[in-house]
Design a protein around this ligand. Structure first.
Ligand code: NDP
Length: 252
């Protein structure tokens, strides 16, 4: 229970990876606020957690929701910028509307979430974690905007880790990105359906293309990702900073 007294904010905390991280941080003692656009989803899953509706593409709403969460439950000690969408589109077909939609959620949303959280975060201990993707460290065919947004998240994290480096306080605020391969969540289910619709494959066959893309040939469990997030908040984690941690079953 080493996170007792800490307040963790997890965007997209009502489902998938975000929910697994939220539960794991709660088990370690943190007070947890989960956010998303659908209140009923948050309320259904978040036993003992604070549920807050917040669309990360709406800057003003995001800032005021995070300020409210801090007013009610204390400064944000742990910020997990996890909310994201994964929609594929080949470069030639990726119009500006598609590009902006992905960027607004995955990159702009994380920028606002992290900045608003840090306005409340104590300087002596804080953790900022962005959920990027293996698409943040290598190119993903047919998903040009998603790939760029996830690379951008790693740039954001690396820049912040340098900007907030306080050599005299090695356990101060750390910034890290988590880069999963394909994880068994709704995103994979939706992608399987989309690939099947576009290619004529069955949904099972479409899902197998994602399973094969993970080097160990299985989907990753959301709890495997959550354990890495918990480790980044754990005792003796203060020297892991500015990293992009791959959880992809092998080298990418
Ligand atoms: P989910 O679809 O289950 O999670 C996405 C979450 O983000 C949902 O809870 C959703 O809630 C929230 N969200 C989406 N758009 C917004 C928005 N505009 N404002 C606020 N919240 C929003 O999938 P995952 O758990 O898999 O995805 C979580 C993160 O992990 C994403 O960033 C994704 O890119 C990343 N990732 C996933 C991988 C995978 O294979 N599953 C692999 C690598 C990275 P709501 O709809 O209620 O707003």
């Amino acid at each position: 229970m080493h996170l007792t007294g800490k307040h963790a904010l997890v965007t997209g905390g009502g489902t998938g990876i975000g929910l697994a991280i939220a539960k794991r941080l709660q088990a370690d003692g943190a007070t947890v606020t989960i956010t998303g656009r659908r209140l009923h989803v948050l309320q259904d899953v978040g036993q003992g957690m604070n549920a807050l509706t917040m669309d990360v593409t709406d800057e003003a709403a995001t800032r005021s929701a995070i300020a409210r969460a801090a007013d009610h439950f204390g400064p944000i000690d742990i910020c997990v910028a996890n909310a994201g969408i994964a929609e594929g589109r080949a470069f030639a077909k990726a119009d500006m509307e598609h590009w902006r939609k992905i960027m607004a959620t995955n990159l702009d949303g994380a920028f606002t979430t992290i900045q608003a959280s840090m306005e409340t975060m104590p300087a002596n201990w804080g953790r900022v974690i962005a959920v990027s993707s293996i698409a943040g460290v290598r190119g993903l065919k047919g998903a040009i905007a998603y790939t760029a947004s996830k690379h951008g998240l790693i740039g954001l994290i690396r820049g912040l880790s340098e900007e907030y480096m306080r050599p005299a306080q090695p356990s101060g605020i750390t910034f890290n990105a988590i880069c999963p391969g394909y994880v068994d969540t709704d995103i994979v289910t939706r992608n399987s359906r989309a690939i099947a619709g576009a290619s004529g494959m069955t949904e099972d066959d479409a899902q197998q293309t994602m399973v094969r893309a993970n080097r160990h040939k299985r989907l990753i469990d959301a709890d495997e990702v959550a354990d890495v997030a918990a480790m980044l908040c754990g005792p003796n984690s203060g020297s892991i900073n500015g990293q992009a941690l791959q959880i992809a079953g092998g080298q990418v």
